[in-house]
Design a protein. Structure first.
Length: 232
């Protein structure tokens, strides 16, 4: 099997734009397209940059609406779920309608969706289908909402709150090399805020390089649906 490499970037806004552009340049040198996870609230120079990246061969996925977390539980300790992690279809549909309008106004219409923290409820998936979305990328798979086909592969990422940072960075690079060597689908994701950490940025690019050393084909999420490969 030919290994596949999918790289996504979230957290794009005017404050992180310099780091986003720097990563995009590094990936351009490696001929690796970016899948941009764009929140509808994107504005100003960040919107213009995202549109420019589309012409360069990158792709855009809608990344939630306003990222409001859904509280669950009682008392002082509340467990807050990601925006679309537990929504019923009706409420998810309302948020999607607002988000679609915002994306249209920004000149970034898309039929692809990646929920905040990669978690989408069954109701969210139903709402996406009703709204005519083609793709939903969650933590464990990339789903074609029109055919029912899916590419199963877990997102590999680093967190700015990660403990034992050096160990985790090393583990990410090893996981990337292992997945590519086995002919699997490698989904690397990073938040723009983490690009401010030199160790995280270096490890992320090392993971990309490790995959390419094993001849991984770099794709956007939309491209992956047209040539699905089951990971080993």
């Amino acid at each position: 099997m030919t290994p596949r490499l999918l790289v996504s970037l979230s957290g794009i806004d005017t404050r992180t734009l310099g780091h986003c552009a720097d990563l995009a340049e590094e990936l351009d040198r490696r001929a690796v397209p970016l899948s941009l996870l764009v929140a509808p609230r994107l504005a100003g120079a960040a919107t213009e940059w995202a549109r420019t990246r589309l012409t360069a061969g990158d792709d855009v996925l809608m990344h939630g609406f306003d990222h409001t977390r859904d509280p669950r539980g009682r008392g002082v300790a509340l467990v807050r779920r990601a925006e679309f992690a537990a929504l019923p279809a009706h409420e998810a549909g309302l948020r999607l309608t607002a988000a679609m309008s915002a994306m249209e106004r920004a000149g970034l219409p898309t039929d692809s969706f990646a929920p905040p923290r990669w978690m989408a409820s069954r109701g969210t998936v139903t709402a996406l289908e009703r709204k005519g979305f083609r793709l939903c990328a969650d933590l464990f798979a990339i789903r074609d909402l029109r055919t029912g086909n899916q590419v199963r592969a877990r997102v590999q990422t680093l967190s700015s709150h990660e403990r034992a940072e050096t160990v985790r960075c090393f583990a990410l690079v090893l996981a990337a090399a292992r997945t590519a060597r086995r002919g699997g689908v490698l989904r690397l994701a990073i938040d723009a805020a983490d690009l401010t950490r030199a160790g995280h940025r270096a490890a992320f690019l090392d993971a990309v390089d490790a995959a390419q050393q094993h001849d991984a084909t770099a794709l956007t999420y939309r491209m992956a649906l047209t040539a699905p490969v089951q990971p080993v």
